[in-house]
Design a protein around this ligand. Structure first.
Ligand code: HEM
Length: 410
C-alpha cells in the first residue's frame, strides 16, 4: 500500500517522490546507469544525435508558424516570408536545414562505430535493429521535409522516388498514383508529405528513440576492447569508493560531463556551418520554384542518399531496383550475417578489418559518383563500386565464419 504523508508540502521532493518515485527513476536512468570507462569520444555520438533531433524539433516548430502547405504558396512562404520578412526566420531555417544534413553525418559515424567495435553482437542485436529503424525513419523524415519548399528539386526528386514504387516491369502505376494522390506530384502529394514530416514521422522517431534507449539498458554499451564486463560487480566497487579499480562510471554526472564536452565541440562546428556555410545543406536548384514542365538536366538526392542512389543507377531497370532494395535492407541483417563469435574492434579481427575499410571507402566512392553525371568513366567506377558493395555483403558470413576465436573477445 502506497504511503502518502499528509503533511508533505505540495510539489516538495517528498511529495513528488511519493507520487512519481523520482528517486528510483533518477537512480535507474541516471546515477546508477553504468557506463564502461574504456570508451572514447565516438560514444558521445548517440547523445549528439538526441541533441540534434531536439534542435530539429524546436526549429521546426518555429518554421511551422509561417510555412504554408499549398503548392501555390509553399515556395514563397519559405523563400520570402520566412527568409526575409519574419524576424530571425532565416536563422531558424538555416538551423533546421544544417541540422537535417549533419544529423546524417553523425548517424553514419555512429553506425560505423557500432560496426567497427562489433556493438551489434552478444545481446546487442535489438540496439542495432532499433537503430536501423531510426535510420529508416530519419530518411523518410528528411525526404518528406525536402518536398516542403516545393522547389525544382523537391518536385522532381518526389517524382523520381515515388516512381520507384511502380516496381520496374511490374508497372504498378496504380500504386504510384495512390501514393501521390494524383497522376503527378500536386496538392494532395504536398499535403501528405507535410503531415508525414510534421506529425507522423516525428512521433515514430520519438517512440523509437525511447525503444533504442530501452534496448541499451540491459546489455549496456560496448567498450573499445569488446570486453564482457560484470556491470553489477564493477558498480559495487564504485559505490564502495574503489573508483580507480572499478571498470565503470555512472552515466550522471561522470559520463554526461564528458558527453557535454564533446557536444560543445560539435556545436562549434554546427553553428559555424549555420552562420557561414549554410549553403552546404541547400541545393541551388531548389531555389527555383517547382516547374512540372521543365525537368532539371541532372536529378540527384541529398548527399546522404547518394550511395544507395548510385547502387540503383548503373543497372538496367529491374536489376537496379533489386540492388537498391538490397542496399536498403542489408544493414538490418548485420548481426545475423556476422557469424564470428568475437566481439572485438575490427583492428583485432583480421579478415573483418579489410571488409570494414573496403565497405567504408566503397560507400564514399558511391556517394561521390552519385553526385556526378552518369557518363564515361563515372559510370564505370559507379558500376564497379555497386558490385563491390553487393559482393562484400554476400561474402560477410563466409569471412566471419572463418575467423579464429580471439582470446578475451568471446
Ligand atoms: C538517430 C537517432 C539515434 C539516437 C538518438 C541514438 C542514441 C544512442 C545512444 C545515446 C547510445 C549510447 C551511447 C553511444 O554509444 O553513443 C546509442 C548506442 C548505440 N546505437 Fe544509437 N542512436 C541513434 C541511431 C542509431 C543508428 C542509426 C544505429 C545503427 C543501426 C544505432 C546503433 C547503435 C548501437 C549499435 C549502439 C550501441 C553502441 C555500443 O554498445 O557501444 N543507433 N545510440
Amino acid at each position: 500500500m502506497a504511503h502518502f504523508d499528509p503533511n508533505a508540502r505540495p510539489f516538495s521532493h517528498q511529495w513528488l517522490n511519493e507520487r512519481l518515485a523520482i528517486d528510483t527513476l533518477k537512480r535507474v536512468l541516471s546515477t546508477e546507469y553504468w557506463i564502461p570507462k574504456n570508451i572514447n569520444f565516438l560514444w558521445a555520438m548517440g547523445m549528439i544525435l538526441a541533441a540534434t533531433f531536439g534542435i530539429l524539433l524546436i526549429s521546426g516548430i518555429f518554421l511551422l508558424m509561417y510555412y504554408l502547405p499549398d503548392t501555390k504558396q509553399a515556395f514563397d512562404s519559405v523563400n520570402y516570408t520566412i527568409m526575409s520578412e519574419v524576424g530571425y526566420g532565416w536563422l531558424w531555417r538555416h538551423m533546421h536545414g544544417v541540422a537535417a544534413s549533419v544529423v546524417f553525418l553523425i548517424i553514419y559515424i555512429h553506425m560505423f562505430t557500432g560496426i567497427y567495435y562489433g556493438s551489434y553482437k552478444r545481446g546487442r542485436e535489438l540496439i542495432w535493429l532499433s537503430g536501423m529503424l531510426l535510420f529508416v525513419t530519419f530518411s523518410a523524415e528528411a525526404f518528406s521535409g525536402y518536398m516542403l519548399p516545393w522547389g525544382q528539386m523537391s518536385y522532381w526528386a518526389g517524382m523520381v522516388i515515388t516512381n520507384l514504387f511502380s516496381l520496374g516491369s511490374l508497372d504498378l502505376q496504380g500504386l504510384v498514383e495512390w501514393i501521390r494522390g494524383d497522376y503527378v506530384p500536386g496538392q494532395a502529394f504536398l499535403g501528405r508529405f507535410f503531415m508525414l514530416h510534421v506529425l507522423l514521422m516525428p512521433l515514430i522517431i520519438m517512440a523509437l528513440i525511447v525503444l533504442h534507449f530501452g534496448t541499451l539498458r540491459i546489455p549496456h554499451v560496448n567498450n573499445q576492447d569488446g570486453e564482457e564486463i560484470d556491470f553489477e560487480a564493477e558498480a559495487e566497487k564504485w559505490k564502495a569508493g574503489k573508483r580507480k579499480e572499478s571498470k565503470v562510471i555512472p552515466f550522471n554526472p561522470v559520463f554526461l560531463s564528458k558527453d557535454v564536452f564533446v557536444m560543445g565541440v560539435y556545436f562549434i562546428f554546427y553553428f559555424y556551418l549555420v552562420f557561414y556555410h549554410f549553403e552546404f545543406a541547400m541545393d541551388p536548384v531548389n531555389f527555383d520554384p517547382a516547374d512540372p514542365l521543365k525537368t532539371p538536366p541532372h536529378i540527384y538526392p541529398e548527399w546522404y542518399f547518394l550511395w544507395s542512389y548510385e547502387i540503383l543507377r548503373p543497372f538496367p531497370k529491374d536489376p537496379g531496383l533489386i540492388a537498391f532494395g538490397f542496399a536498403q535492407v542489408i544493414f538490418f541483417l548485420l548481426p545475423f550475417l556476422d557469424r564470428s563469435p568475437n566481439v572485438a574492434p575490427a583492428s583485432r579481427r583480421k579478415p573483418f578489418r579489410c571488409w570494414f575499410w573496403i565497405l567504408l571507402v566503397d560507400m564514399i566512392v558511391l556517394t561521390i559518383m552519385g553526385k556526378l553525371p552518369p557518363e564515361g568513366i563515372y559510370t564505370t567506377i559507379g558500376t564497379v563500386a555497386a558490385w563491390v558493395f553487393i559482393l562484400l555483403w554476400v561474402a560477410l558470413p563466409f569471412i566471419t565464419k572463418m575467423e579464429k576465436p580471439i582470446r578475451g573477445a568471446k
